[in-house]
Write a protein that binds this ligand. Sequence first.
Ligand code: PEP
Ligand code: MG
Length: 761
Amino acid sequence: MQKNMLEALRRIVQEVNSAGQLQAVLDVTVARVKDTVGTEVCSIYLREPTLGRYIFSATEGLNKDFVGKISMAANEGLVGQVGSREEPLNLEHAEAHPSFLFMPGIGEERFSSFLGVPIIHQRQVLGVLVVQQQERRRFDEEEEAFLVTISAQLSGVIAHAQATGAIFSLDAGVRGSASFRGVAGAPGVAIGHAVVVSPPADLYAVPRRRCKDIKEELDFFHECLDAVREDIRAMARKLSDKLAQEEQALFDVYLSMLEDNSVAIEIDELIREGEWAQGAVSRVMIKHIRTFEMMEDSYLKERATDIKDLGRRVLAYLQAANTGPVEYPQRTILVGEELTASMLGDVPTENLVGLVSVRGSGNSHIAILARSMGIPTIMGAVDLPFTEIEGSEIILDGYNGQVYFNPSPELFARFQAIYNEELQVSKGLEALKDLPCITTDNHRIPLYVNTGLQADIARSLDRGAEGVGLYRTEVPFLLRERFPSEREQCEIYREQLQAFHPMPVTMRTLDVGGDKALPYFPIEEDNPFLGWRGIRVTLDHPEIFLVQVRAMMKANTGLGNLRIMLPMISSVPELEEALELIYRAHDELVDELDTEPPLPMIGVMVEVPAAVYQAREFARRVDFLSVGSNDLTQYLLAVDRNNARVADIYQTFHPAVLQALQKVVEDGHAEGRRIGICGELAGDPAAAILLMAMGYDVLSMSATNLPRVKSVIRNISLTRAKELLQQVMLMESASLIKEHMEKVLLEAGIKRIATPIVELV
Ligand code: PEP
Ligand code: MG
């Protein structure tokens, strides 16, 4: 085992991965681990989530008749010990341990040595993996390390199989209820039906769906298969004079894979059972890809790539012919592995009530868009078997980041009540629209909005925005198939400027890179958030930058409410270079236009740590600063804003973040500049109080959050806010600060809708 541990590990994980259903996953695991470690027994005890009991769930070496029939309490036996202490237990003589629990019948008494390791996924103990042996000896360190490694790798697969199993219970067709944890993306409760969207030709993202007419679906599949065959023959003909005979034979191999009827027959069978052709192709091809990936022989292993390619080709034909309009039910909840802005754009807004993305976190741009549109959203629901839930009823709890699948009538009623309460509260807040944002001791602080979509304009004005603190210009860029021309940009910008006139509109120059890729300008990097993004891209492409600022300034003629803001500035030379380009664009327009356009106010975003320390130098060169707390938090804390796995340490109330925010405002004021903040933090009522107390001159947030923030500020005095700030600046952790602020809001009678995390009824 020692020699080839990595290989053994890889093979086990692969095999377990392709096992599919939970019981098969467990059975394969125990069989392979037993063989690899060379022990006499391997078993898994799964933890039952509500009672916390450990159920004897799979075994090789003990009495299988007891599988699923016996269990022990969380604090019982050696298994309970491993689970509660969350660490391995390695014993030479198990029976002598005080926690040993004799379970008659399963046949453990013969085995003296015991090694148990916990199976942990996302900090939750899922179960315990145990190996046992007759010979009285301690398992050696290497065996222990192997078991810990395998258990860490398999926990995700087991969690996923458990989740899928909860949806498809074993008696076929009966669907259970289940809940899945994700990250809160946009607040609110949504009740609706899942529509699964997937990127084209991705075998792994095809939703399961029933076909309408089996005969038609079969014919359709065979037409597409023929088309792929013809494509491959054409490719072979085209390359025939460039390739040697041997190389040409590769195309024959390709064709033979398609001619090999077993694949087509398997796909036909699934279609005959009612699955639509795309789903059947995806399931069969994935199964074959996995089989080949597990082959020892490296030549055969490589064939997995060919099968993947063939599968994608067939899928592409099936999808291309299926381009009819997708039907979005009235209450559509859009679900996808990685939702994008353009997927959103396809759904009629009146039908869209919620979003669930398997990847990403609360600070992903799709979540920010969702917040600005007021659509409850769950991000990072990593265990959700998203391809399996098409058409099902689901509930989103956007406050706690939970997705409830196929809810029971009781659960449905509870969430319906919360939904109704939300409607009531937002009606109450509507009354605030025309009232000023002013504290009880007459401190006035303007509330601006962050915009991007066309739809944001009306929503913002409806909610009483006093200006735009951040117009994300990349949003209209994202929704196109090429860079918009100067004239097109000018029209888009003019619409924003006119809609809010005479209120100020702060337009940020193109901020792509990071997680914002334009489909027509792909940036592929290993570390995109530390790479070519924001101002770095546009300084390298002055032709893009100049066109953009010219379009902004042209759009501003006769209006004069434009402000320009520069993203991701991290040094003075970078800022000076950007300013030079803006002045140049202005000079060009002075020569070109009859009337001299006004030079707009220019500002810098403070969103990288270097900018915090150079706030004064930046402030001296521009008219205003605006903190981008989303990125600033990610860079200060070294936590990827998109990674659901570390979402809980992306702490917006982290003392280091608060100190940085305080420093920026003090330094900016020392240079006599106005300092704003346009990150999501400004839209959090508790944070808004602290930011106001720090001295921020303007808070810019999504339109959805604006009424809540206004209501909180109108209920507090600046003196009290400053007291609170003083208290929290002495606190040493984000959770303490958050708790303190929550308590204060509650005492002030400020109602925040928060749903309880509901146990499944
Ligand atoms: C920020 O980083 O806080 C910000 C406002 O910009 P974006 O979220 O678009 O990166
Ligand atoms: Mg940013």
